[in-house]
Ligand binder design. Sequence first.
Ligand SMILES: Nc1nc2c(ncn2[C@@H]2O[C@H](COP(=O)(O)OP(=O)(O)OP(=O)(O)O)[C@@H](O)[C@H]2O)c(=O)[nH]1
Ligand SMILES: [Mg+2]
Length: 404
Amino acid sequence: MAEKSELVYIIQPIENEKYRILQEEAVALIESAGAEYAGTIYQNIREINPATYIGEGKLRELRERLEGLELTVLFNGGLSPSQTQNISKALGGRKVIDRTTLILDIFALRAESSEGRLQVELAQLKYLYPRLKGKGGELSRLGGGIGTRGPGETQLETDRRHIRTRIHALEERLKEIEQRRFLQVERRKKDKVRTIALVGYTNTGKSTLLNALTGADVLTKDALFATLDPTARSFEIEGVPFLLVDTVGFLQDLPHHLIEAFKSTLESALHCDLALIVCDAAGDYETQLNTTLDTLREMGFSSPYLVVLNKCDLAPGADAGKDAVRISAREGRGLEELKRRIFAELKDSFVCTELFVPYSRSAEYGKLRPLLFEKTVSYTDEGALICAVIPSIYAPQFQEFRKI
Ligand SMILES: Nc1nc2c(ncn2[C@@H]2O[C@H](COP(=O)(O)OP(=O)(O)OP(=O)(O)O)[C@@H](O)[C@H]2O)c(=O)[nH]1
Ligand SMILES: [Mg+2]
């Protein structure tokens, strides 16, 4: 855990109009890492200084401003290893981290499952690797984020060859896990239950919605990246079962290595029958939606989706277009409408029907049974009467048993 007392000061480059959102996100990231936000210095970037990114004058000003204060400096963008070092030097040897390091740090803090930990470690090592070139004694300072979590001091101090070996081992291990998951996904595709994925920006209320729809008790938290591991729960709409999958959240400029590392865990979302893209009505929902869609599409997502505008209790006037479903997951508002929309989107993928299975054909039916979902079963003198939900692709196989 990071020490509570670690204070972080932000350098915020102003390159385009996005900078305010990026600055607000950086504050939330700092707090999510268990550190405290100390202040921001803004810098208009007309020309990137290759050595220090921002100008020397600004760095001098910052050095004076921070004189005598124990602070870590967050550069809210991506820095090359030498830029990190140069800025650190210009600020009197202060610890300097960039946005990627901070995000990786939070992921390291949150990772709970063994796969999650492997994925984060891989992303961290891949990010660190090019930064370790002959840096000798400076490794741990360069490598450490807030509270120097992650691969840890010992690993950072080992040489690059060990890191390369470790990266290779992690990749192999993750590939195995991925292969296993791929088989599961393949199996699920043919499964009788349609899968709905909750995707979207971090902290928009995906886990809260999962809980509201399924009665689950998944951790929800006012913090970025509270959920890392996918969680699945089933629920029913009009007696039809669905599987709802919660996933890791997105953010602007998510480190590429991190997306790569988490690709396999997002597999369930990529191959879902329907995605619910959850946005925060009280935030910049357009950016959230675009970031989410861009990131997903980069990974090969092409499923149908519904835009869900959550937290409408906080921003009743928010409007994300007529197709967006407006809800408040926390207050349970709009959920009936959401279910109606989900059902409408997926209704062509299954058939609700009644079957009659004469006792003489029980064995034959028994073989087909894994393909459908039985809602109710009752028995007559001649056979069984079954109310069932059948995936449309399997419906023809049940034709002879169908009553309606
Ligand atoms: N006011 C309000 N707050 C909400 C609503 N839904 C969720 N929240 C709050 O928003 C915060 C984030 O909720 P989560 O469900 O953890 O969000 P998430 O999308 O799962 O976040 P990550 O797992 O970090 O990606 C929590 O403090 C929730 O209580 C809502 O409808 N209204
Ligand atoms: Mg969550």
